[in-house]
Design a protein around this ligand. Structure first.
Ligand code: HEM
Length: 155
């Protein structure tokens, strides 16, 4: 089969990582401070629209990252015994991030959308705060993951 499937796997893997982590970076460090000056109801409407769109992409990334990752592990490195420590760390951090995202989507994000639809704006704002804390945590984990994943092969 040659090496092409591995090239496709790492390319997709990296695209997903860039979209997910870059999106969190933009949301937390760029959009959030810029949106601070808006009134609460506008801010909640903005975040409901932003997160509703972004999380569709994150679901794609969250499904493709393990699929392409384990594809590389099994097809390229002969299983988990054949991979370096950096891939084990990536797995641990990766599943933690995926778990946190799934929780934030199914819990705070869905509540926030329902509150927003019912025009319970302050309540929706509280859920946005909760989402933000988890996204900050996931951003930190994601940046650590990229550092280990990229530097790990030279250890
Ligand atoms: C959950 C299971 C995961 C597995 C099994 C996995 C597996 C792998 C493997 C085998 C490589 C190639 C490593 C090498 O060539 O030395 C890799 C690279 C990479 N992975 Fe993952 N990965 C996973 C999750 C993630 C997640 C969640 C992210 C980011 C959000 C991520 C980001 C990266 C990056 C940035 C690289 C490039 C590092 C390089 O070029 O050496 N991975 N991954």
């Amino acid at each position: 089969m040659g090496e092409n499937p591995l090239a496709i796997a790492i390319a997709l893997h990296l695209l997903c990582a860039v979209i997910w982590i870059g999106g969190m970076f933009f949301a937390i460090l760029v959009l959030r401070p810029a949106a601070e000056s808006l009134e609460l109801d506008q801010r909640v409407t903005l975040w409901a629209g932003v997160l509703g769109r972004f999380f569709v992409w994150v679901w794609g990334a969250v499904l493709l990252l393990p699929v392409t990752g384990y594809w590389m592990v099994w097809r390229g490195f002969g299983g988990l015994d054949g991979v370096g420590l950096h891939v084990h760390i990536m797995q641990g951090l990766g599943w933690s991030m995926i778990g946190l995202f799934a929780w934030v989507f199914c819990g705070p994000f869905r509540h926030m959308r329902r509150m927003h639809r019912q025009l319970l704006i302050p309540e929706a704002g509280l859920y946005i705060l909760r989402i933000r804390i988890v996204v900050i945590l996931n951003l930190v984990l994601g940046l650590l993951l990229v550092l280990t994943a990229a530097a790990g092969r030279y250890w």
